[in-house]
Design a protein around this ligand. Sequence first.
Ligand SMILES: NC(=O)c1ccc[n+]([C@@H]2O[C@H](COP(=O)([O-])OP(=O)(O)OC[C@H]3O[C@@H](n4cnc5c(N)ncnc54)[C@H](O)[C@@H]3O)[C@@H](O)[C@H]2O)c1
Length: 370
Amino acid sequence: MKEKGAHTDPHADIIQDDILTIANALYEEAGALEGSSVLITGGAGFLGSYMVATLLHLNTTRLRRPCTVTVVDNFITGSKKNVITDVDKKQFRFVEHDIRKPLPKDITADYIIHAAGLASPFYYRKYPLETIEVAVQGTKHCLELARENKVKGLLYFSSSEIYGDPHPDFIPTPEEYWGNVSPIGPRACYDESKRLGETLCMTYFQLYDLAVKIVRPFNVYGPGMKTNDYRVVPTFMTKALKGEALPVHDTGMQTRTFCYITDAVTGFLKVLIAGSRGGVYNVGTCDEEISMTDLARLIARISPASVPVECIAYPESYPAGEPRRRCPDISKICRELTYRPRVDLETGMKRTLAWFQGILEEEARETRTR
Ligand SMILES: NC(=O)c1ccc[n+]([C@@H]2O[C@H](COP(=O)([O-])OP(=O)(O)OC[C@H]3O[C@@H](n4cnc5c(N)ncnc54)[C@H](O)[C@@H]3O)[C@@H](O)[C@H]2O)c1
């Protein structure tokens, strides 16, 4: 893989700076990774590629005995641009593989991070069976490998979506909330399969005392998302940078809290290394819950061009039934793992916008030279 930040990205320094921030935040915990092998599924995606870059960075700055990183991805939504190539082959291996099938026999691991999944509503509407299977069969294959290898930790990427549309009494939403989810609704392929993935993890923990840890991320954003990801932040930002109106679904009153990538990855890796066995952790920020209309206004305000915000009906490509509010209770991870999100919304959005601006300029240059 290319070192994230050391390739052709015009704003690679933003990502490189993010990786430094994460590595510094993990200085204490990182020692646990000395000389270990780490398997990351979905490592060519947004969150996965940040975690890969963080581990490879720790190899050069923190670990006396480097860890070896194996990435498995089938590129269903991941990007080949995220695959680093100029790194010591002893420290890094990329395997193009569909995790819905059993893992190749020669892969071993001390830690497993199962981040493969269809995270964007646009893509899970397009690929509903793949979405279910990566969260169920994919998780089972990771758990089997974890059991054979007696891993020190398996981190399962669940989602805040497992809470569905929470009752107002459960906002901010704590880990104990059971959720309000339709098993047959337009989002069920994602929500229900993530829930079953959690059940599988807990079953392996109970049956085999496997060191599983579960994270439920709440709307992570940042540099490295694809321009055609179709989640709200990349959509608003690419539209704004092209001088187009920002399309807000429905009334625009639905709210979210947005967690900048450095805070999220710090939380994920803290859970992997130091989270309790069988522990479940919300990861996100509980500050600055914002409506989609206000988010669009914020992005319009920090954009170079003046762009309008307009409410539109849900497009056919987007699954209906989205939660009205989403805001985590993060007191568990803060208390147990000394976690504290540090990046405020406007700072994170400005960094992300600067990165997207660089990417769009690069894409325009590539088109002109073709
Ligand atoms: N980013 C968020 O805000 C968020 C929130 C909640 C949950 N999550 C979960 O975190 C994980 C990572 O999300 P992301 O934002 O990086 O998404 P992403 O789409 O950028 O990355 C997911 C990666 O998984 C790969 N993948 C999918 N199916 C696969 C399969 N069968 N075999 C191998 N690789 C496969 C994709 O090609 C992609 O590279 C996902 O499981 C997602 O559901 C993310």
